[in-house]
Design a protein around this ligand. Structure first.
Ligand SMILES: Cc1ncc(COP(=O)(O)OP(=O)(O)O)c(N)n1
Ligand SMILES: Cc1ncsc1CCOP(=O)(O)O
Length: 537
């Protein structure tokens, strides 16, 4: 026997107890194979040995007709009796070295891991693949006393596996709506290693239509893997290499175009923001040519999601967490950009916990913050916070901070301050426009987030208008989000410069009104004339 070459893309773990009432197990299995399941594990928690062998034998007969390999959960004796391709074992089952002696060199051995140390051990002991989990809570296994990994935790483990040749699947609570988030947000921050597939029980087994369920998962995983394989830069967050000319002049031309797109398309920008700035944020949105909607109720935000161009989540007064969870999840499902503004995240433990909770439910497209906020997200101690403000002069190497965090979180990072730094994990931009009056009005950072949201919506529409179809399932969000972030920053700061120079502006009060006027009157040409951008890498 030679070791079977396995496609881990959609790995069905069986569970007869989860079938819909009246659905036959073998019928459901066959339908899921027709839908594109690529690997099957027979998992029988209550069957005695004879029944387990019978189910495994019949499962293998069905899978053989589709050329899909079968593995056995836990029971080496059942694997040997039926002659399957290998086994899957847990941390408390037979240790890998002993299992290897029993199953021989050509059988596949997979092991469950949920910690970095377990990943190291799996490498040392020669596992063929690992099942990483549980990613999220699940009703299919009792994982109540275990720490949920979330996509970020999966990424930390993938980093260790990078370059070892060990394959990986994630397991636990994975369903079509959170799959794109998982695939993208778990790309490992250092080695750019990504999942080889997903292991699924209920999304397929509990479905009345397992063929359709399996097909939808397979399409998404397949498309993700295909695009990752062809990327010139494996760290690229937005998979399709954009047509953007990556020079300062090219970027400025792109910003000018996005200003026109906002005015032409008037995208609806859903903002869940704080009570201090809600009116200013709505006015800034209108001034630039977009359309604001400030809804917070969980039911309302879910209904709104298909219609919006982008979502801004700013947790400044942190009172709408339920709505933020729902709105973000729906935005991921509908592939709408999310701008996350973690206001004063470092100031209280409640804010830190809320951020962890939100980000394990949905994947942001752009995170914007001041030095204290970005420092807290990056777990850096270099910059402290006082309420919503940063204390101290900032990071010694802000470009490195934004780049590393962009890689870690698989999204665009914007660090605001006297100069602003923007990175997609590959490119780092420094933008140095603005005026000191911006520090004298409340909600300045929040309004920047709003504008970035307007341009994120525009960037997505711009991209979609240039493609015939919405065919690329591998992308969580489409469009040039680095350019969107830069546009929001530039437009706000250039308008501030123009406003501050007006003879009628005498201080923060008149400046605030003038700022809205100058955003309203701002032309792409003025932005081009004044833009101060440097490309750091
Ligand atoms: C692919 C995959 N990953 C993880 C598991 C869980 O295995 P284990 O920890 O042994 O728990 P049980 O499945 O035995 O309850 C798995 N089965 N498959
Ligand atoms: C077996 C197992 N191991 C970790 S989570 C899990 C259950 C996965 O089931 P589901 O896909 O229904 O969440």
């Amino acid at each position: 026997m030679v070791k079977v070459d396995i496609d881990y893309s959609v790995y069905l773990v069986t569970g007869r107890e989860f079938l819909p009432p009246g659905k036959d197990y073998y019928e459901s299995l066959e339908e899921s194979l027709q839908g594109g399941v690529t690997l099957v594990q027979v998992r029988e928690k209550d069957a005695d040995t004879g029944e387990f062998i019978e189910v495994a034998r019949r499962t293998k007969d069905v899978c053989d007709r589709y050329n899909v390999p079968v593995l056995i959960n836990d029971r080496i004796d059942v694997h040997l009796a039926v002659g399957t391709a290998g086994i899957h074992i847990g941390q408390t089952d037979c240790p890998i070295p002993l299992a290897r002696q029993l199953v021989g060199p050509d059988a596949i051995i997979g092991i469950s891991i949920g910690k970095v140390e377990e990943a190291h051990k799996a490498i040392d002991q020669g596992a063929d693949y690992v099942g990483i989990g549980a990613v999220w809570p699940t009703g299919s296994k009792d994982v109540r006393n275990k720490k949920m990994l979330g996509p970020e935790g999966v990424g930390e483990i993938l980093d260790i596996l990078g370059g070892t040749g060990i394959k990986s699947v994630a397991i636990g609570g994975i369903h079509l709506p959170n799959l794109a988030q998982l695939l993208h947000a778990s790309i490992s921050p250092i080695s750019a290693n990504h999942l080889d597939g997903i292991a699924i029980i209920s999304d397929i087994v509990a479905s009345e239509t397992p063929k359709e369920a399996a097909r939808a998962l397979r399409d998404l995983v397949g498309s993700f893997k295909r695009v990752r394989k062809t990327l010139p830069d494996p760290m690229a967050i937005f998979g399709i290499p954009t047509k953007r000319d990556l020079t300062v002049d090219g970027l400025v031309t792109g910003v000018m175009e996005l200003i026109r797109v906002v005015k032409r398309e008037t995208p609806l920008v859903h903002q869940m923001t704080n009570t201090v700035v809600v009116n200013d944020s709505a006015n800034v949105t209108l001034a630039i040519g977009a359309s604001p909607i400030m809804s917070t109720h969980p039911r309302d935000v879910a209904d709104l999601s298909p219609a919006i161009g982008a979502l801004l989540i700013n947790f400044g007064t942190i009172s709408d967490k339920e709505g933020m969870l729902v709105a973000g999840r729906q935005a991921n499902v509908n592939r709408k950009p999310i701008v996350f503004d973690p206001v004063a995240i470092g100031a209280t433990s409640y804010r830190r916990e809320t951020s962890v909770d939100l980000l394990s439910h949905w994947q942001p497209t752009i995170i914007k913050g001041n030095a204290a906020e970005i420092g807290a997200m990056a777990k850096s101690t270099e910059v402290a916070s006082r309420g919503v403000d940063s204390v101290g002069s900032g990071f010694s190497d802000p470009g490195a901070v934004v780049k590393a965090l962009a890689r870690k979180r698989a999204c665009i990072i914007v660090l605001t301050g006297e100069s602003d730094y923007i990175s997609d994990g590959s490119v780092v931009l420094k933008a140095s426009n603005g005026h000191s009056y911006l520090g004298s009005i409340t909600g300045s950072g929040c309004m920047t987030g709003t504008l970035i949201g307007c341009f994120a919506a525009a960037a997505r529409l711009d991209y979609l208008s240039k493609k015939e179809a919405y065919e690329d399932l591998s992308q969580l969000v489409q469009g040039d989000m680095l350019l969107a972030a830069l546009s929001g920053i530039l437009v706000y700061n250039v308008a501030a410069e123009v406003a501050a120079e007006r003879p009628d502006v005498k201080g923060p009060g008149t400046f605030r009104a003038a700022l809205i006027d100058e955003l309203y009157n701002l032309t792409p040409e003025t932005v081009k004339e004044r833009a101060k951008i440097t490309m750091l890498s």
